[in-house]
Design a protein around this ligand. Structure first.
Ligand code: SAM
Length: 265
């Protein structure tokens, strides 16, 4: 059975509270197509496809795209963006920890903000290497949080920490070795290449960011109960007025779409 995650609860506000716009995603897609030397036959797999922010440009341009996600509501958001599911898109509602594909199936496997959530990375990375074609590319990417938002988040974290109740440590049945993705692919003889696909400026007023937190759009908003959360938000809003002067203050900083590209040498 597929367990529900907090993405089920935030799927409807995911896109609006992130900062990868459709036009930036188009530019990133251009960059990736050049990076992997794409032909019209190039096939893509995105485990943890979410609402499709990264791959919609590939789908619209007719590339073969397969996406897997454990969250049905995230997949539903993706479906709503397309008038109908095109022939070149295969969406699978499943846990991507083990990939249900035969060996040598894809030219490009893309993960974005996803690998950290996989409990047994060794099995997952073995599987990525297995489903990749011989000359394929594994792109492990992230669009990092712009510094101004990061700072905003740190202020929230400091307040929420005061309300957090100590959780009993979870029972861990077996220790799973933590794996570094870079080390893993290098040890398998892959070449690695770090590239920045795109840098862009993200601007939001304090009021707008507060409204995103009010929607509980981020994992750290779920560290406290439904009863406690309004107290945290009241204290945070008070802090913001004192710290930023007014809720109309604009916070601007640069976001980056970073990619670690691995290919068999
Ligand atoms: C931070 S979101 C990123 C979504 C998308 N890649 C993006 O960049 O917007 C992480 C996504 O990975 C999915 N996910 C997390 N663990 C997963 C797993 N084991 N199998 C499939 N999907 C998973 C979540 O449901 C969520 O949609």
């Amino acid at each position: 059975m597929i367990k529900s995650t907090y993405y089920d609860k935030i799927a409807h506000v995911y896109d609006q509270t992130r900062w990868l716009t459709q036009s930036i995603a188009e530019e990133v897609a251009d960059f990736i197509l050049e990076l992997v030397d794409a032909t019209p036959e190039t096939s893509f797999l995105e485990p943890g496809i979410g609402t499709g922010l990264n791959v919609i440009p590939f789908i619209r341009r007719g590339y073969s795209v397969t996406g897997i996600d454990v969250s049905q509501p995230m997949l539903d958001q993706l479906r709503q963006k397309l008038s109908e599911i095109p022939q070149n898109l295969n969406l699978i509602h499943a846990d991507a920890s083990q990939l249900p594909f035969t060996d040598n199936s894809f030219d490009v496997v893309l993960t974005v903000h996803m690998v950290h959530g996989i409990s047994n990375k060794k099995i997952f990375l073995d599987d990525i290497a297995r489903v990749l074609k011989t000359q394929g590319f594994y792109l492990n990417a992230q669009w990092i949080t712009p510094p101004a938002r990061m700072e905003f988040e740190r202020h929230f974290r400091a307040i929420v920490a005061k309300y957090e109740v100590e959780q009993a440590p979870k029972r861990v049945n077996k220790v799973i070795e933590e794996i570094n993705v870079e080390d893993y692919f290098r040890s398998k003889g892959y070449q690695s290449n770090y590239v920045i696909a795109k840098e862009w400026t993200v601007s939001n007023t304090v009021e707008e960011l507060l409204s995103f937190f009010q929607l509980r759009a981020y994992g750290l908003c779920w560290l406290v109960s439904d009863e406690i959360f309004p107290h945290v938000m009241r204290e945070f809003e008070k802090f913001c007025i004192e710290h930023y002067g007014t809720l109309e203050t604009e916070l601007s900083s640069k976001a980056k779409f970073e990619i670690w590209a691995y290919t068999a040498s």
